[in-house]
Design a protein around this ligand. Structure first.
Ligand code: NAP
Length: 319
């Protein structure tokens, strides 16, 4: 039987920490599981050089390695995996369908764990210079900027963490933030202030990116001094927040005004048999540790739902 012919107990959309945690818990409880992932195991954490705050790794752990370990653990217990991009879903029926570039997969329950992606800044030149000096991943592209000058935009944890990664390669790292105060946690602020390669440019917005073939400079505007100037840089890294990857749902599931999915404590969504886990749900702390917890709860809820579904089908057949 092919994967497209099979009816799985659980289809998991997204192979990040939330999705694989769901897969580990579900396959250990004897559910047949298919994880659908479009890119790389680990999701966003795979682009992080070192995760320092996941319990049990006192020396930190590389994000890519962590993603691979999650996949291996899920496969050990029997979870299957397919590389495919989800193009649409049909979730209202008892047997739910997930349409992908590799065909349609069917399952009795679904966990949505597609996470978030980097938000674009939306200024002139960004789209044209993407991959030509404008990047969203310091861990991936930082190596190309040995002894060069780079800029990071944003004042959150991601911006400072990645600025610190960039100091290993670049000779100068500007961090441009639109306000006076940084949003990042204290330990990252302390490390950034202590690093002589990092220069903070505060109260400043990016007006546009300049360059023909490659990024050459960035036009900045200081709101307090009402000053506009061009700063030459070789590379630019954007960390101005996240967007939930929920577009493929076409609003089939209840969400808030920013597109994050609403779920109960048991990870139930507005559709029976469809659960959510990880960064793409409305929650207060978006971390790997909370994503894997969500995944475990979603798997537990899905197992309970499928048991009840099977029981009601058995009763109907007996009548
Ligand atoms: P974030 O916390 O939402 O920060 C986004 C930053 O971009 C903010 O400083 C924001 O400025 C700025 N920004 C947003 N829109 C902008 C615009 N149009 N122009 C200029 N600046 C703009 O996003 P994040 O840093 O990616 O973090 C996302 C989540 O992941 C957070 O919950 C974070 O704690 C977590 N995270 C944790 C770790 C860790 O634990 N080590 C590492 C990375 C991320 P304002 O401050 O003015 O709003």
């Amino acid at each position: 039987m092919t994967r497209q012919e099979k009816i799985y107990d659980l289809l998991i959309i997204g192979g990040g920490p939330a999705g694989f945690s769901s897969a580990i818990y579900a396959s250990r409880s004897q559910m047949s599981v298919l994880v659908i992932e479009s890119m790389l195991s680990g999701g966003q954490i795979a682009t992080t050089e070192k995760m320092e705050n996941y319990p049990g790794f006192p020396d930190g752990v590389n994000g890519m390695e962590f993603g691979q370990l999650l996949e291996k653990q899920a496969r050990t217990f029997g979870s299957e995996m397919v590389l495919a991009t989800v193009t649409g879903v049909s979730l209202q029926e008892r047997i739910k369908q997930v349409h992908t570039t590799e065909g349609t997969f069917r399952g009795r329950s679904v966990v949505i764990a597609t996470g978030t992606r980097s938000r674009p800044l939306g200024v002139p030149g960004e789209e044209e210079l993407k991959g030509k000096g404008v990047s969203y991943c310091a861990t991936c592209d930082g190596f190309f900027y040995q002894e060069r000058t780079v800029m990071v935009v944003g004042g959150g944890d991601s911006a400072l963490e990645e600025a610190l990664v960039l100091t290993k390669f670049a000779s100068k790292v500007y961090v441009v933030h639109r306000r006076e105060e940084l949003r990042a946690i204290a330990i990252l602020q302390e490390r950034a202030h202590a690093n002589s390669k990092i220069e903070l440019i505060l109260n400043t917005e990016v007006a546009k990116f300049n360059g023909d073939e490659r990024l050459e400079s960035v036009t900045l505007h200081n709101k307090v001094q009402n000053k506009t100037w061009d700063l030459p840089v070789d590379g630019l890294f954007l960390y101005v927040g996240l967007i939930p990857n929920t577009e493929f749902l076409a609003k089939a599931i209840e969400q808030n005004e920013h597109g994050y999915l609403l779920a109960t404590e048991e990870m139930e969504t507005s559709i029976a048999g469809v659960f959510v886990a990880g960064d793409l749900r409305v929650k207060s702390l978006r971390q790997v540790v909370t994503a894997v917890a969500d995944g475990a709860i979603a798997a537990f809820s899905a197992a309970h739902y499928v048991d009840e579904l099977n029981e009601s089908e058995r009763r109907q057949n007996d009548e």
